[in-house]
Design a protein. Structure first.
Length: 124
């Protein structure tokens, strides 16, 4: 399965999804005009990966900011990751947040409470 790499722009986050290593990275700012359109290839890639995932999947989020439509799309990402976990595969989410950004940490905690995924919260 080919990696999915999206280079960042001023309004779009950087995405790196590598099936071979089971390592996924979402980083930067997510302010797309049409979040659904931006995230469709990401969700499709993850759904394909879920058919034959690595024994361990690690997904890192190091977001500066994201809008409410991106937030909904991240929920869809977590649903796919949770489905991978339900099949008996190890899935770990690393949620980075600035030490003084309680709101971003709380958003990560809300995602954690809506899934059974293993979250690790790391300040930077």
């Amino acid at each position: 399965m080919e990696p999915l790499i999206i280079e960042p722009t001023e309004h779009l986050l950087s995405v790196s999804l590598v099936a071979e290593t089971g390592k996924f990275i979402f980083e930067g700012r997510s302010l797309p005009e049409d979040a659904k359109k931006f995230f469709i290839p990401i969700i499709k890639w993850l759904e394909q990966y879920a058919l034959s995932p690595a024994s361990q999947t690690e997904c890192s989020f190091k977001m500066e900011y994201f809008n409410s439509s991106s937030r909904k799309c991240f929920s869809d990402v977590f649903k796919v990751l949770d489905a991978i976990r339900e099949k008996g595969n190890a899935v770990r989410v690393i949620w980075f947040f600035e030490e003084d950004d309680e709101e971003l940490k709380e958003i990560g905690e809300a995602y954690e409470s809506s899934t059974d995924l293993d979250f690790q919260f790391l300040p930077y």
